[in-house]
Design a protein. Structure first.
Length: 204
């Protein structure tokens, strides 16, 4: 399973790098700004996680992540004007990244001997931390705070993995759980499902 997770991790890193680059180009950032936003989006959450664990970031040892981010940047620059036409593909890849990053955060918390709160924190941080850093750098309110059923999926993934961690046949149950979370994410995007907002309180 480790090989499959690594491959999906690369897919998610690529998709996140493309999204970071896309938003930076829309903001009319220069090339350095585009690189920075791609890096923050793709690797920022994992960086925060490793810092919490007192570890050096993984990409300092594995250059493949840097190469993938660079490929994502140049790919996005090349297809920027057609990005909206293939956006559904990137939403799918991004959703895979979200789920896999959540699992990686969960796994890191389990290996560190953390409890449920640690699992949820690491799942969310790994999955959405990079996007939050990107939005802050771009002087935007983090998107997950108001317009997307995104961080909730990371929380649900970490929670479900925690609940099934002692069940037999963990390989099967983990894969089923991750697939279920991916389906929920895609359905949420398709149906534009969002968390409740207290509109009536604002109007009163």
């Amino acid at each position: 399973m480790e090989r499959e997770i690594l491959l999906l991790d690369f897919v998610g890193t690529f998709a996140f790098a493309c999204y970071g680059s896309y938003f930076a180009i829309k903001k009319n950032f220069d090339f350095f700004g585009i690189l920075a936003c791609a890096f923050f989006t793709a690797l920022g959450g994992g960086t925060v996680r490793e810092m919490l664990l007192n570890n050096l970031p993984f990409y300092l040892f594995d250059n493949r992540y840097i190469y993938i981010v660079l490929i994502g940047v140049f790919f996005t620059i090349l297809i920027f004007k057609r990005f909206e036409k293939i956006k559904k593909l990137f939403i799918f890849l991004d959703s895979i990244g979200l789920i896999v990053f959540s699992y990686i955060g969960y796994n890191a918390a389990i290996e560190a001997g953390l409890g449920l709160l640690g699992v949820l924190l690491f799942s969310v941080t790994t999955a959405v931390g990079g996007g939050i850093i990107r939005d802050v750098v771009m002087n935007e309110t983090p998107e997950i705070m108001h317009s997307n059923f995104y961080a909730t999926i990371a929380i649900l993934t970490g929670l479900c993995l925690w609940l099934i961690k002692d069940l037999p046949h963990s390989f099967i149950t983990i894969n089923i759980t991750l697939l279920l979370m991916l389906i929920i994410r895609l359905v949420a995007v398709k149906r534009n499902i969002r968390l409740w907002k207290p509109y009536k309180l604002l109007k009163s």
